[in-house]
Ligand binder design. Structure first.
Ligand SMILES: Cc1ncc(C[n+]2csc(CCOP(=O)(O)OP(=O)(O)O)c2C)c(N)n1
Ligand code: SF4
Ligand SMILES: [Mg+2]
Length: 318
């Protein structure tokens, strides 16, 4: 009876289970993945939706960084943008609205060999998921969270989102929104994210550059990626698109990314705003802190299996 090696050795390069006796190929000998190997179902977004470019650049990232199927983990909540994992032929989850981050935290903490990517919308991130955003950022759980901000709820057909500007007319604000929008960059910095960057779907090279830098960051990396909803909020980001008469101002070269106050100041200007890395600092991750607790306890109770160590903890709580 063939035995299954678990987890990564159990998968061949095509992602299927390796139940035979042929040993898996070493990473260096494996064929790099191309877009066609990871592109799943045909995306069901409206033609022209900004989310298409973000997905295409994620495929480019996978290709460029030579990731293998079993190492790609794509998690999302609910929304047009959150349909992302459906379109990626690899591991992932389309989870509950606003709850992608707690799910992703579990994956990240239990599988240190993976880099978890989370994609979602402004509603998913800052309305229903606002609390999770704050806590995942402050805990510095290692993952990359890319919010595809279109300033509207797209999937549910045009309601005001937390990033809709004052005056925006939607089904929930027929006379125009009167509520001050949140500033995602400030929110991320204040919450304790250790990597905070901004980009826009209309500048593919920049998106890829930011995705790579975010992936390489050891901690919670947050990207606000402007992504136009052509159906309900067309033209929302023309001000940041030089092809539509707007501007694409980069973060100044002399900006100190470790200066929290300077990062705040950069976040003041909303449209077009600045593009690039606003903030990047090094702080212990929850992953590292938990790994330390686990190894200390394993040493202390060396003779016990994991479940008995866990049982001992439960017993202490009685
Ligand atoms: C608990 C719950 N509440 C509400 C909804 C309905 N709902 C689905 S997506 C969504 C908002 C999506 O907006 P956003 O996150 O900005 O994504 P977009 O569609 O704009 O990409 C809402 C309110 C839901 N699915 N589950
Ligand atoms: S409704 Fe908007 S966000 Fe949703 S797929 Fe269409 S263009 Fe994209
Ligand atoms: Mg949205």
């Amino acid at each position: 009876m063939p035995t299954l090696a678990f987890p990564s050795e159990a998968l061949t390069r095509t992602g299927s289970l390796n139940v035979g006796s042929v040993p898996p190929l070493a990473d260096a000998d494996r064929k790099p993945l191309m877009k066609k190997d990871v592109a799943a179902d045909h995306p069901t977004w409206c033609p022209g939706c900004g989310d298409f470019s973000v997905l295409a650049l994620y495929f480019k990232l996978i290709e460029k960084r030579k990731m293998h199927h079993e190492k790609i983990t794509t998690v999302a909540g609910i929304g047009c943008s959150s349909r992302f994992p459906y379109f990626v032929q690899a591991h992932g989850a389309h989870f509950i609205h606003g709850r992608a981050l707690p799910f992703a935290s579990g994956v990240s903490l239990s599988r240190p060999d993976l880099h978890v990517f989370v994609f979602g919308g402004d509603g998913d991130a800052f309305s229903i998921g606002g609390n999770h955003f704050t806590h995942t950022a402050r805990k510095n759980v290692k993952m990359t969270y890319c919010v595809m901000d279109n300033n509207v709820y797209g999937l549910t057909k045009n309601q005001t989102s937390p990033t809709s500007p004052i005056g925006y007319k939607s089904k929930t604000d027929v006379w125009g929104s009167g509520d001050r929008p949140i500033n995602p960059m400030k929110q991320a910095i204040a919450a304790g994210a250790t990597f905070v960057a901004r980009t826009t779907h209309t500048n593919p090279n920049h998106v890829l550059q930011i995705m790579e830098a975010a992936m390489d960051h050891d901690g919670f990396s947050f990207i606000e990626c402007l992504s136009e909803c052509v159906e309900f909020y067309p033209g929302a980001f023309d001000g940041a698109n030089p092809r539509k008469g707007g501007q694409f101002p980069l973060v100044p070269e002399n900006h100190d990314v470790t200066d929290e106050y300077a990062a705040y100041q950069l976040s003041e200007d909303l449209m077009p705003g600045k593009f690039g890395i606003f903030y990047k600092v090094s702080r212990p991750t929850k992953n590292a802190n938990e790994a330390k607790i686990i190894s200390t306890n394993r040493e202390k109770f060396a003779a016990l299996p994991d479940w008995q160590i866990l049982q001992k903890n439960f017993d202490r709580m009685k």
